[in-house]
Every structure is written in structure tokens, then in C-alpha cells.
Design a binder for this molecule. Structure first.
Ligand code: TNX
Length: 471
């Protein structure tokens, strides 16, 4: 076992001996590595450390980058200074998509916060940042074709906290920073539900809020008042808003919005939401999702949608993001079957494991508990992507942890909720299946304890969960 190696690599050969380093801080070790072109597949790499020094072989820049991430985690320190163990590591990810979703709608997150999350997630070999840009509470993207959306739709956050939006320049910064860290940004424009904020500038495109008992119940429990047409919503109820399927300009609007979103975000995917549209009839749901699918198709990109969109007719190449539980309810299993029967592939975000906004335990100040919570670090770790839904592994594109921000208003809270459980998702996405060597909760717990020292050095205010034997 090598303390602090997360996610665990595909093959680790450990040799006798250590390489002493004359560096003053651990990251300086990166400059000591000799790079060569190797034949590792895609994002893979080989890292050798011996008396001759450090060598990273990779076929792609991403592979070389991941070799460096591993190298950084191997640095230890004793009385004589920094050193590295002799190793021969061959590594390649299990899944192509390793994502972290950040909800910037419920609470706005500044560009700097997003950039830091990118750096820290990339250190754990994540390669996708999914930005949940729009919701009932706000529209966070200043589009040149539709400036009114952010102008009227981004002033606040939940609880009346400060709002904000990303300008076109901000988006460029985020996308560029992500690309430097070998991450792609997946923008989400959520529909047909989660669209209350659109109504602040386009009342003609949305239906009136539907105040179902579930909405009233959340308002009674958490406050924030009932949503009202045309007024900003700062509570945390879901499922009351909808685009109006019969609004004459809706399809044109969606084409304009997705066209500009595609021009800002260079990745292969556009996420069109599709979740929790409880205020939309089945017929209207299908018709609005169809419009969005046509709008995405017109950009040449591929659609991603939450798994409820299995109820609509998405194209074969569509990707579904599963957010149900580790043991799917019948309803969710049916939607997954329907999506799978049409050829879709899946990103797994089981809410009772990798929804990082769930409380860790009863004492966690922030966070929610609806997903079978609280969610301990152990629960976030102890599952395997091939055991969740009835879909063959070739059709599982990857794993994505999600950070919803109803209760996350500042970076300290964000770090507290995200770290350490993000490491569980990193390992589910990158490493061999649960039960392979080192892929057990006991071994993970020990390695995570070592990683804590690195996180401390980087100033990450992670939750010192009592489940982990932190050094
Ligand atoms: C569910 S599951 C949501 C979000 C909430 C989150 C809070 C899914 C796709 N949507 O709207 O923010 O729960 O945990």
C-alpha cells in the first residue's frame, strides 16, 4: 500500500528503495520527471521511479498529465526531506467520463471557486466539469443572443443570498482553465422543469407554478415562501415550474439558446436537464424534450439528459445521467430500461452515494438528507458502477459526483461537503472494480488518511470524518 494514492492505479509494482529529492516543496517534483512517448492507451501512462530518476511514458498529453498527478501523490517526507518510493505503475482509467457536477444556480459560485474545484478535481483524475447553469432560482449565463435571461434572472441565490452570472469572458476563463487540466465542461440548460427564472424575462415561455402538495410541504419545512409567477424564487422546492409546450416561440428560443451555448462550450455534449418536471404533463414533457433534442442536434453536439428523459424519444447517441438510488426503484428502473432499449449510454450519479450535498451524519451543519441520507464516506465508497442499473458495462460511460448547492453558500462549506467524498467517486470512475486489490473500504480509508496531508498542504478545508484514520 502506498499512502495517499487515490484513485488507485490499474497496476502497481512496488520495488525496494526510495529516491531522495532535493526539492523545497512537493509540487516541484513534477519538473524532475522525464517524459517520453509511450504506448499506453488514451489517458493511460506508465510511471517508473528508480535510482535513475522519474520517467513518465504516455501516448497523449492527458496521459502524461495523469502520470504527474500520481507522481505528486507519491511524494512523502521524513526527517531527511522529501522522497519517492521506487515503483513501476501502469495505469489507465476504467471509465471515459469522470465528472463532477456543480450547481451554480441555487447558489452562485465565483469563477475563482470554479477554477479551484477544477484543479482539485483534476488532481483526482476527473476529466469533466458539469455546470448546472440554470434552475428555478437563477439563470447564470449571460448570453449575447438573450442578455435578458441573466439580467433579470440572476440577482439572487437561495435564502436571498448574493446572486451572479458568468459573462462570455468568464465562460472562456473557465473553459480554458478546465482544458489546461484536461477537463471538458458540460453545460446544462435544465428543462422542461426548473425553468422559473426564465419566466422573469419571458413570461410567455413558461407555465404558471404548479403548487403540488410536495411543493407546499417543502415550503412548510424549509421556508422561502411559495413560488409566484414573475417573482424571483429563493426557496428550495423543486418540480413546480415548466416551459409551456404550446408557447409559439419556444422552439425558436431553444434553438437560439443551445446554438450560443454550443459556441461557448467546446465539448461534445450539451446537457438538457429533463429532471423532476413534476409540473409538466407527460405529453408536454415529451414535446419539449423533443424540441430541445432538435435544438441540440442542430449544433452538432450530443445530448445528455437526466434519466427521466428515458420517457422521451432521445437519439441512439444520447447519454442518460442516472440519479436514482444504488437500488433503483421500479419507476426509475423502468425509465432506465426504456432509455437503454433505445441505445443510450449512461453516466452514474447514484444519489445515495455520490450526491455530495447530502449530510455526512446528523451533525453536518449544511446539506440535505432526502437521498437516503445521511451519506457517510463509507457509503459514498462502497458501491460499484457495474452493480447499479441493468445495463452492460460497455454502455456505462462513467461516473459523476454531484454538488447541489441549496445549502452551500460559500467555498468553505463547498470544500467541507465535497472533500473527502469526491475521492470515492474518483475511485469508482478510474480504478478497477470494487473488490480488486486495494479496492476495499478498509484500504481506501487508509490511503485517504494519507491524502489528507496533501489536502492540508493545499489549504483544502475537508471534513475530518471520524471514519478516516487521518494522520
Ligand atoms: C435533486 S436529482 C435534484 C436537484 C436538487 C437535488 C438536491 C436531480 C436531477 N435533481 O434539483 O438540487 O436533488 O439534492
Amino acid at each position: 500500500m502506498i499512502p495517499s494514492l487515490v484513485p488507485w492505479p490499474a497496476e502497481v509494482g512496488l520495488r525496494q528503495g526510495a529516491l531522495r529529492l532535493d526539492v523545497s516543496e512537493p509540487r516541484a517534483v513534477l519538473a524532475r520527471a522525464r517524459h517520453a512517448r509511450g504506448d499506453s492507451p488514451q489517458e493511460g501512462y506508465r510511471l517508473r521511479i528508480d535510482a535513475d530518476g522519474i520517467r513518465i511514458d504516455a501516448a497523449t498529453p492527458a496521459g502524461a498529465f495523469y502520470g504527474e498527478r500520481t507522481l505528486r501523490q507519491l511524494v512523502s517526507r521524513d526527517a531527511e526531506g522529501y522522497f519517492l518510493p521506487f515503483v513501476d505503475i501502469r495505469d489507465t482509467p476504467r471509465f471515459a467520463h469522470r465528472g463532477i457536477m456543480l450547481d451554480v444556480a441555487r447558489h452562485f459560485q465565483s469563477v475563482e471557486v470554479v477554477e479551484r474545484l477544477i484543479e482539485r478535481a483534476a488532481d483526482l483524475k476527473f476529466n469533466a466539469l458539469h455546470l448546472h447553469l440554470t434552475d428555478d432560482q437563477a439563470w447564470r449565463l449571460a448570453l449575447e443572443t438573450h442578455p435578458e435571461l441573466a439580467r433579470h434572472g440572476s440577482a439572487t441565490s437561495i435564502g436571498g443570498d448574493a446572486g451572479g452570472f458568468y459573462s462570455v469572458d468568464d465562460v472562456r476563463r473557465i473553459v480554458t482553465h478546465a482544458a489546461r487540466h484536461h477537463m471538458v465542461v458540460v453545460p446544462e440548460i435544465d428543462l422542461p422543469g426548473h425553468t422559473h427564472a426564465v419566466g422573469l424575462s419571458h413570461p410567455e415561455l413558461v407555465a404558471d407554478p404548479v403548487l403540488a402538495p410536495s411543493v407546499v410541504e417543502v415550503v412548510e419545512r424549509f421556508g422561502g415562501g411559495l413560488p409566484r409567477a414573475g417573482a424571483p424564487y429563493t426557496g428550495l422546492a423543486v418540480g413546480f415550474s415548466s416551459f409551456d409546450a404550446h408557447a409559439p416561440r419556444l422552439e425558436e428560443f431553444l434553438h437560439e439558446v443551445f446554438a450560443e451555448v454550443a459556441s461557448l462550450f467546446p465539448g461534445p455534449y450539451l446537457h438538457l436537464g429533463g429532471d423532476e418536471a413534476l409540473g409538466t404533463s407527460n405529453e408536454d414533457y415529451r414535446s419539449i424534450v423533443d424540441m430541445a433534442v432538435r435544438a441540440v442536434a442542430a449544433t452538432g453536439r450530443l445530448p445528455i439528459a437526466w434519466h427521466e428523459a428515458g420517457a422521451a424519444d432521445l437519439p441512439r447517441e444520447a447519454v442518460f445521467q442516472y440519479w436514482g438510488f444504488l437500488s433503483p426503484t421500479d419507476e426509475h428502473a423502468e425509465l432506465v430500461d426504456r432509455a437503454a432499449s433505445r441505445g443510450g449510454s449512461f453516466i452514474l450519479s447514484p444519489a445515495d452515494a455520490v450526491y455530495l450535498d447530502m449530510k455526512y451524519d446528523e451533525e453536518t451543519a449544511a446539506g440535505l438528507t432526502w437521498a437516503n441520507g445521511p451519506t457517510s464516506v463509507e457509503r459514498s465508497y462502497s458501491w460499484d458502477p457495474s452493480d447499479v442499473i441493468a445495463v452492460p458495462e460497455e454502455r456505462i460511460l462513467g461516473v459523476e459526483a454531484a454538488v447541489w448547492t441549496e445549502t452551500i453558500a460559500d467555498e468553505a462549506t463547498l470544500e467541507h461537503m465535497v472533500f473527502p467524498r469526491i475521492a470515492s467517486a474518483a475511485e469508482a470512475a478510474w480504478s478497477r472494480p470494487l473488490g480488486s486489490p486495494e479496492r476495499s473500504w478498509e484500504r481506501f480509508r487508509d490511503r485517504l488518511a494519507g491524502l489528507g496531508a496533501l489536502w492540508d498542504a493545499e489549504g483544502i478545508r475537508f471534513f475530518r470524518s471520524p471514519e478516516i484514520p487521518w494522520a
